[in-house]
Design a protein around this ligand. Structure first.
Ligand code: DSN
Length: 416
């Protein structure tokens, strides 16, 4: 595989091949990552990358769009069916780009947006001061409840009453519990503000029916396609048909130029795969693995933020182990386990240090690991954290991790 790259660009080939081996031989526990199918990879590497297709199917600014139109139409139809949505725009290059489109389809710069604080599990594009969202909108944030570490709907209601946002952005990149979309919709209606939900993390679970869908409640729903959905990197916007025109015009020409047709083809494949019955079983396993991993880690003395998980991710509070998130991320990496440091609610440490790590099971479940392996994963994580000053013990753990990974190949045939 990668024969041309190997022959024509040795330096880049080395990087691509190295990354393939890293993905194969290490445990990928970053909650927002996954392994796409080889069908998605083929679509991504297809000749569709050559085509300019500004506009939408049937209404393009370029000739020669008859085949890319088929791909985009397929992606749109499948997305609508999958999420039971009235309208879908498959062109956003990323989740953040989808969020820019969502805001600007409904409100104007300077308007007030309410979102979950980034250090409580929110996302940069939900109002961080350095992000476009924080620069162009007035942001008010809510925190999770200090005791329960759950979304505090009463605080949310009070904040809405006081700040009168024009738009509520509900969603997270590190919140493992159920969002009560219906309750938030009631608040949005009561105070006449728009509701946008960003389900980038939960999308796969939602289409499998094991996490609540906000599609019937939200004016606009945004998501990425590469996390639990297991597709190519990219964004997707779903909306009520009343916002279809605004969404389409705001995405193009409003905030993007030519769509990435190879990525849209990859999204069409991903949605097709998610419509198949096996996808539901996969998502059930993702959730069951996350719950088992949480239990195994709790049994080893790690505190799970909010006491557990209802999705694919869990947030670990490492303070009882006297290790920061930054140190844990580094030490786990030396043991062949990839995670990301993450703030926990009311974290005493700054964001570049943190007291926690975020862990997810989408990727290890894709490669076929199940409940039995979760005990092994927890054991290796714990061994690494306990032996953080001992390089030879860490090498030993890395060896065990590699042996486990070898039993679950990710792309058989690609490695040679
Ligand atoms: N960076 C993504 C995540 O890890 O959740 C969100 O954009």
């Amino acid at each position: 595989m990668y024969e041309e790259l190997k022959k024509n660009d040795k330096v880049l080939f080395k990087a691509v091949h190295g990354e393939l081996l890293r993905q194969q031989n290490k445990l990928e526990l970053i909650a927002s990552e996954n392994y796409t199918s080889t069908t998605v990879l083929e679509a991504l590497g297809s000749v569709l990358t050559n085509k300019y297709a500004e506009g939408y199917p049937g209404k393009r600014y370029y000739g020669g769009c008859e085949f890319v139109d088929i791909a985009e139409k397929l992606a749109i139809d499948r997305a609508k069916k999958l999420f039971k949505a009235e309208h879908a725009n498959v062109q956003p290059h990323s989740g953040t780009q989808a969020n820019i489109t969502a805001y600007l389809s409904l409100i104007n710069p300077g308007d007030t947006v309410l979102g979950l604080n980034l250090s409580h599990g929110g996302h940069l594009s939900h109002g961080h001061p350095l992000n476009f969202s924080g620069r162009y909108f007035k942001i008010v944030t809510i925190n999770v409840n200090k005791e329960t570490e759950l979304i505090d709907y009463e605080e949310m209601a009070k904040t809405i009453e006081k700040e009168r946002p024009r738009l509520i952005m509900a969603g997270a990149s590190n919140y493992s519990r159920i969002w009560d979309w219906k309750r938030i919709k009631k608040m949005a209606d009561a105070w006449k503000c728009f509701l946008v939900t960003d389900v980038a993390h939960y999308a796969g679970l939602i289409v499998a029916g094991i996490y609540p869908s906000p599609v019937e409640y939200a004016d606009i729903v945004t998501t990425t396609t590469h996390k639990t959905l297991r597709g190519p990197r990219g964004g997707l916007i779903l909306s009520k048909s009343v916002y279809a025109r605004a969404v389409d015009r705001t995405n193009f020409p409003g905030n993007q130029g030519g769509p990435l047709m190879h990525a849209i083809a990859g999204k069409a494949v991903c949605f097709g795969e998610a419509l198949k019955p096996g996808f539901k079983d996969y998502q059930k396993n993702v959730l069951a693995n996350a719950r088992r991993l949480a239990k195994e880690l709790a049994d080893r003395g790690y505190r799970i933020v909010s006491g557990g998980t209802d999705c694919h991710l869990l947030s670990l509070d490492l303070r009882s182990k006297n290790v920061t998130g930054k140190e844990a991320e580094a030490v786990l990496d030396r043991a062949g386990i990839t995670v990301n440091k993450n703030t926990i609610p009311y974290d005493p440490q700054p964001p570049m240090v943190t007291s926690g790590v975020r862990i997810g099971t989408p990727a290890i479940t894709t490669r076929g690991m199940g409940r039995k392996e979760m005990a092994e994963v927890a054991e290796y994580m714990d061994e690494a954290v306990k032996n953080r000053g001992n390089e030879s013990r860490l090498k030993e753990v890395a060896g065990k991790v590699e042996n486990l990974c070898k039993k679950f190949p990710i792309y058989p045939g690609l490695e040679s």
